[in-house]
Design a protein around this ligand. Structure first.
Ligand SMILES: *Cc1c(COP(=O)(O)O)cnc(C)c1O
Length: 408
């Protein structure tokens, strides 16, 4: 029999382990509006760490929409209740209709966060006896959603279509309904899921397909319609998509897009939809304005893609460890946790803010700098980042040391 442990003792031991393993996390404090040039921890900094890919978080037209939403007593700040009680405001309803029209789907449903949408979809659409087949590099919220569902979870090696097809074959032999779950654009790698192959396999094995396109919507495809559109594909009736509004849209919240059956089932059954307060109508109005920008401002999206090409060209010229990504997520693979942190610190000292991503967010030994690009970066700012990485912080050496370390 062990005797009960004081809470403070347990936690101080746990926290000490986090520190020892180089996994200590901190919340940098931002004291200016989200933008390419901002102030973090008191330092003026060029921000290469946000998911505000189109620069809409601080866009005047969208801020104006939020202000207008409160004028003429047309909206309250709070929704007041859950959607099924009295919190479903006209602004939410119009935003859902406009999102459905944009994507050409039957219906969409708003959620307060993408995390909650991902819990909801898998809980409601799968039942005991079903099988969720998930890419190993899926976002943490997709993994948590699978764990909370009654289905059996099987994972396949990242983007490995042979492994996926084996998993689907096994499900078929066992008489299980399968649902394939994948990021559209992988959040820590920036690469795209092979959706054409995945869609074909799903059709062959009559599996359902659930794609989280948090980083694809707004960025890829005609009018920013995401990964499917970018690849020239159309989601079929057995496909469900999730998009978030806190990334390229620059606001907050998320939506599920799919058939009316899917949406109605979520309204009736999804606990993360039913038992939570509806998000602010002000945010819904801001998101409606953001959708207009996403649909109509093609030049902004082109600037972003120009920046992505420019970054890759310059980084390649400096022999930086690029990953195979053509999206705004441009990670540089370092490997070692401490070296990754040291590089991020070196960049900070030079006035650049870049995400340092360590396990468990990415697999062990694959810590990386997660550089994200925005339409609002100038090519000159990108050049300065790469120059600092290569010359001041000597990133190539850090990456080489790691490579040698893992060989020995
Ligand atoms: C950010 C993200 C989410 C979570 O969305 P939130 O609205 O921030 O909760 C889900 N999936 C992916 C792939 C993401 O990158």
């Amino acid at each position: 029999m062990t005797s009960p442990t004081p809470l403070s003792q347990r936690l101080s031991e746990r926290l000490a382990r986090q520190r020892e393993q180089g996994l200590w996390r901190q919340r940098p404090l931002t004291t200016r509006p989200q933008s390419v040039s901002t102030q973090i921890n008191g330092l003026a900094t060029l921000n290469f760490a946000s998911n505000d890919y189109l620069g809409l978080a601080n866009h005047p037209a969208i801020k104006d929409a939020a202000r207008q939403a409160l004028n003429n007593n047309s909206n309250s700040v709070g929704s007041g209740a859950a959607h099924l009680i009295s919190g479903h405001h006209l602004s939410h309803h119009l935003l859902e209709d406009e999102l459905a029209d944009w994507l050409g789907v039957e219906r969409t449903l708003l959620f307060s966060t993408g995390y909650m949408a991902n819990l909801a979809v898998q809980q409601v659409l799968t039942e005991k006896g079903d099988r969720i087949v998930a890419d190993k590099l899926n976002h943490a919220s997709l993994l948590d959603g699978a764990r909370l569902s009654a289905a059996e979870l099987k994972r396949y090696a990242h983007a490995d279509m042979t492994a996926l097809s084996r998993r689907l074959q096994q499900a078929q032999q066992a008489g299980q309904q399968a649902m394939v779950v994948t990021d559209g654009v992988f959040s820590m790698d920036g690469d795209l899921a092979p959706l054409a192959e995945i869609q074909a396999l799903c059709q062959t094995y009559q599996a359902w397909l659930f794609v989280d396109d948090a980083h694809g919507f707004g960025v890829l495809g005609d009018q920013g319609r995401g990964s499917f559109d970018h690849l020239g594909l159309t989601p079929d009736a057995n496909t469900v998509q999730v998009g978030t509004l806190g990334k390229a849209f620059g606001t907050a919240g998320a939506f599920v897009a799919g058939s009316s059956h899917v949406i109605e089932a979520l309204i009736q059954l999804a606990r993360p939809y039913i038992y939570t307060t509806a998000s602010s109508p002000v945010i819904a109005e801001a998101s409606r304005a953001a959708l207009k920008q996403v649909r109509n401002d093609a030049a902004r999206r082109q600037r972003l893609h120009h920046n992505i090409r420019h970054f890759r060209q310059q980084a390649r010229a400096m022999q930086l460890p690029l990953m195979p990504s053509h999206t705004p997520i441009q990670p540089l693979l370092i490997g070692d946790n401490a070296r990754t942190m040291a590089l991020a610190d070196c960049l900070k000292a030079a006035g650049f803010w870049v995400g340092a991503i360590r396990p468990p967010t990415v697999p062990k030994g694959s810590a990386r700098l997660r550089i994200t690009l925005s339409a609002d970066h100038t090519p000159a700012q990108i050049d300065r980042l790469i120059d600092t990485l290569a010359k001041t912080c000597t990133l190539q050496e850090a990456a080489q040391k790691t490579a040698q370390g893992t060989e020995s």
